[in-house]
Write a protein of this length. Structure first.
Lengths: 483, 487
């Protein structure tokens, strides 16, 4: 119903207003969510949420005299709104292109607004009119919205679909708590939050694109604890999932239970020098993700990324060549991960794309507008990626002295600079003779300096947004002890 | 200054929701509804483009809370179930008067009944519903909702263009966003309404030499309007110099040092060290070591720390929280002694402690937790110059990147982008970046040896609970001198 109201409001604005909406994009998201908040094995409260969200982007085209083209705000003089294509047929926005004239250029401004499902028709039209006015004040290089197209891949139907609401909660709850019960001993669940969301999404645009999909988003964060001689210690973790995959959920909690048991007798981390640092799981994913995100069109267009197509992304800032060149792929779908999608946010169809091959940036992925502005082929914006396995097994990485942090307070890797650092909550230190759990202190470094020498494991695993090597080994990380 | 106005949607909803609550009242031991209508604006000036959008905080919806036999459930919805339909206004709902309210109440009751049937639910003591009626309307100077978008975008574009020189600073972007908060809380005995606007703005720059990039920023924030941009406009030369300095930055040599934390870093130390640590839902889960230290020493005599939505005016301020409790100001640490915690309703009930008005939600659709508001150290008597002069070998730390708490085991993590070396009371000119600060919280607070007389609060960030549930907060206070491990 609201989609029809929005269409009517746009048509009315384009019929009566001076500022015409040239194109639009609309996302409808309907969320049905169940939530439980467990303290030990009892629930603090039960919650259910029904949410509907509409996000509308309006595009207003203008023609302007002068050079322009570098983006900015409308200057008023010499600027005019173009006739629209949005209210009716989806054919004319790309026609009558004034950029053919050396004196005139066509620009596109945009504004994104939230339409609440409780908006009245008048409220809806007033807000869209304000958005069109705001969009008319931006003068960015023109680009074209995607035309309707068939998906190039499909997202598998989730196993949650066949379960009742009560079964969904119980299946996941049981996977976690039965694993904890099996683990037994000194380590246990302190608290656990559980969210299972069915998201029905519809993406439409003024060019006739209209695609509906259903995604199941499972999320849990949990705190495990163990008793030590100086009191109770804990570790925190979270996991995203789109399938009621009991073995993956159980493994996640079992891993942390084993680690918190080790934290209970961990020694203060000493200051160490010249040691390999092995990052695992989410932190390894963040390291690989830095290469993926810096290959995005928007990062390169804005100069936030120093990467260049056709050049090495792994050469260090001192010019050292990579020891183990990377292969990174953009992935539309990875089974079990909620960010799987057949289309990107603009409605561009996604297909598996080789982004980095042998350490060289081959293909830019990212928003289609920035691809157009850079003059590179459109590939779309992906939420997932994969990284090819390395040549060292985990056993080989563990053969020489190392520090292997497995839980940080909050690992931070700056997406622009590659600087990273965090306080260590639990790490395993191998001095060449024995492995001991250590806690406290911190690590820091910068990928721009360390990337050439990095090694990755043969073993790969599912992370939050990728399928990538389970470990990355870095040299030259600063290790600050706890004492 | 002109006052804000309440959301017309909420004013229209109020009588209908009042009827719904009356219909639900006989079925539960406690019932309430929080209705939200927060609108917002975001303006971006990026290299080669400008854009207008809305912040993540924009929301409109309802959350009903019910208690029966001690068990608590919540049902949150964007559209009232039952009679209401999408895009049907309350005006038309009202035309059907009580019939609609009964239908809505029946539908809400069915959802709450189903949730309360969960056998794993904990029984809490009865939620009190003391009578209260109050309202608050904030004030601002420059209203972003009536400003010409072109003017705002131009101001932001000029900021980023001034910072970008193409040689050292290769990229800059600026951003302004505001949220016009409007909230209504109704229960059988309480009727509360508040509307105010907060804003935040940033100017980011990236400096580059070869493949090495360094980034820094300046923030601005407050329960203010576009007037916050004035502060950013004067910060450009200092930020440009800082970015140039960062290209010369050295890695931090690991060790324990004297440190002077700027008000933003000091406020985040307060926030992470003893803000999260005294959120009483953490007491309830037995996740907070602070519970064992109430009334005991946790810092030097110079350490006094507060949290409160009342008492100061920044982005964490409000009249009432998202559970309908009026805001207060809590003294967390007084002269080094841990005094008390900040509570949400359920943990306060479970622990038998007062409600402090810290029950906050990311949005109507999210659970309420015990959350911070404005968290800060009280000022002392030293000057920054005296503090610098007192340092034998240490670092002045600024430009916070992030912080993280460890309430159970009292670790602390602060990461900042700029460390300036001080030797024998003077800056050496050396800069380190990034700097990871860590330590054992009581050691860090016990080592506080000087506190400046300055007082600044910054509210440009958001606070998460774990890695989600973002709430708008501020933190700050004076410059603080202590000792921390740096790496």
């Amino acid at each position: 119903m609201m989609i029809a109201t929005i269409r009517e409001a746009i048509a009315s604005i384009n019929a009566h207003d001076t500022i015409k909406i040239s194109d639009w994009r609309l996302v409808e998201r309907r969320l049905e969510r169940q939530e439980r908040y467990y303290v030990a094995s009892k629930a603090e409260q039960a919650r259910a949420v029904d949410e509907t969200l509409y996000s509308l982007t309006v595009y207003v085209d203008t023609i302007a005299s002068g050079a322009g083209g570098s983006g900015g705000t409308s200057s008023g003089a010499g600027t005019g709104s173009l006739p629209n294509a949005a209210s009716g047929s989806a054919s004319s926005a790309g026609t009558n292109n004034p950029s053919a004239s050396p004196a005139l250029k066509k620009f596109r401004g945009e504004a994104t607004i939230t339409i609440q499902p409780t908006f009245s028709r008048a409220e809806c039209e007033a807000k869209i009119r304000q958005a069109a006015f705001a969009a008319s004040k931006s003068r960015n290089p023109w680009f074209e919205l995607p035309e309707p197209s068939a998906p190039k891949t499909s997202v598998p139907v989730s196993g949650f679909e066949a379960l009742s609401p009560a079964e969904r909660i119980e299946t996941v709850r049981h996977a976690f708590f039965s694993a904890a019960n099996r683990f037994g001993g000194n380590a246990r669940i302190n608290s656990l939050e559980l969210f299972i969301t069915k998201e029905t999404k519809r993406l439409l645009n003024s060019r006739g694109f209209d695609f509906a999909s259903t995604i199941w988003r499972g999320y849990s964060e949990f705190v495990v604890e163990a008793d030590s001689s100086s009191g109770t210690v804990e570790l925190f973790d979270d996991i995203e999932f789109s399938e009621p995959d009991a073995s993956r959920l159980s493994e996640a909690i079992e891993t942390r239970l084993a680690q918190v048991r080790d934290r209970a007798h961990a020694a203060p981390m000493p200051t160490l020098q010249g040691l390999s640092v092995i990052l695992r799981g989410k932190e390894a994913e963040e390291v690989f993700g830095w290469f993926f995100h810096n290959s995005r069109t928007e990062m390169i267009y804005s100069k936030a990324s120093a990467f260049e197509a056709g050049k090495s992304v792994q050469e260090s800032d001192k010019g050292e060549a990579p020891v183990e060149p990377l292969d990174v792929f953009a992935e539309p779908v990875i089974s079990g991960l909620p960010s799987s999608s057949a289309f990107d946010a603009d409605g561009f169809p996604l297909e598996r794309t080789a982004v980095i091959e042998d350490g060289i940036l081959k293909t830019l992925i990212g928003s289609i507008r920035h691809a157009d502005w850079l003059g590179v082929p459109r590939k779309g914006a992906f939420g997932l990626f994969s990284v090819s396995p390395g040549t060292m097994s985990l056993d080989e990485m563990h053969a020489a002295p190392y520090l292997e942090p497995v839980m940080f307070s909050d690992f931070r890797l700056d997406p622009v600079t590659g600087d990273f650092g965090a306080e260590v909550r639990l790490a395993y230190y191998f001095d060449g003779a024995k492995v001991v759990p250590v806690t406290g202190g911190s690590i820091s470094g910068s990928l721009s300096a360390l990337r050439a020498a990095m090694r990755r494991s043969k073993e790969v695993g599912l992370a939050a947004h990728s399928l990538c090597p389970k470990a990355v080994m870095l040299q030259g990380v600063i290790i600050t002890g706890a004492c | 200054m002109p006052k804000r106005t309440h959301s017309p949607f909420l004013l229209e909803a109020k009588p209908v929701l009042g009827e719904v609550i009356e219909h639900l009242k006989p079925w539960f031991d406690y019932i309430s509804v929080l209705a939200t209508d927060d609108r917002g604006l975001s303006y971006f000036a990026l290299p080669g483009e400008t854009r207008t959008a809305e912040p993540m905080w924009v929301q409109r919806g309802f959350v009903f809370r019910a208690q029966r036999e001690g068990k608590v459930a919540e049902y949150a919805c964007a559209v009232l179930p039952g009679a209401a339909q999408e895009s049907v206004s309350f005006a038309s709902t009202r035309s059907r008067a009580s019939a609609s309210a009964i239908e809505i109440a029946d539908a809400v009751r069915a959802r709450l009944d189903s949730l309360l049937a969960d056998p794993t639910l904990i029984a809490f003591p009865q939620i009190a519903d003391e009578p209260a009626a109050a309202e608050f309307l904030g004030e601002i100077e420059e209203d972003p909702f009536t400003a010409d978008p072109e003017d705002v975008l131009s101001r932001l574009a000029v900021l980023r263009e001034k910072l970008t020189d193409g040689k050292v600073v290769v990229m800059a972007q600026s951003r302004y966003e505001c949220v016009d908060v409007s909230r209504l809380f109704l229960s059988p005995n309480r009727s509360l309404m508040q509307s105010f606007l907060w804003s935040q703005a940033y100017l980011f720059g990236v400096a580059r030499r070869g493949q090495m990039s360094k980034m820094s920023y300046r923030p601005a924030s407050g329960r203010k309007g576009l007037e916050i941009l004035r502060g950013l406009e004067t910060s450009v030369p200092e930020l440009a110099q800082e970015l140039a300095d960062l290209l010369e930055a050295v890695p931090m040599e690991p060790g324990e040092y004297e440190v002077i934390l700027d008000p933003d870093m000091a406020g985040t130390l307060a926030h992470e060290a003893f803000g999260h640590g005294v959120e009483t839902d953490m007491f309830f889960k037995k996740r907070a070591k602070a519970l064992e230290y109430l009334g005991k020493r946790v810092g030097s005599d110079l350490v006094t720390m507060y949290d409160g939505a009342a008492g100061v005016d920044q982005t964490g301020s409000y009249l009432f929280d998202d559970e309908g409790t009026l805001a207060t100001k809590t003294c967390v640490i007084e002269n080094g002694i841990l005094k008390g915690g900040i509570s949400d309703t359920l943990s306060a009930l479970a622990l038998g402690i007062p409600r402090t008005g810290n029950g906050r939600r990311e949005a109507y659709s999210h659970k309420a937790y015990a959350r911070m508001t404005n968290t800060y150290f009280a000022p002392g008597t030293s000057t920054l110059e005296e503090m610098i002069a007192s340092v034998k070998h240490g670092w002045q730390l600024s430009q916070l990147n992030s912080g993280m708490e460890d309430p159970r085991n009292w670790g602390i993590q602060l990461i900042c982008m700029v460390g300036r070396e001080i030797k024998d009371g003077k800056y050496t000119g050396r800069v380190a970046s990034p700097v990871v600060c860590s330590g054992y919280v009581p050691d860090v607070l016990s080592a506080v040896s000087m506190v400046s007389s300055d007082f600044e609060l910054g509210g440009s960030g958001a606070c998460g609970k774990g890695h989600k549930e973002y709430a708008k907060v501020s933190s700050g206070g004076p410059y603080v001198k202590t000792r921390m491990r740096l790496g």
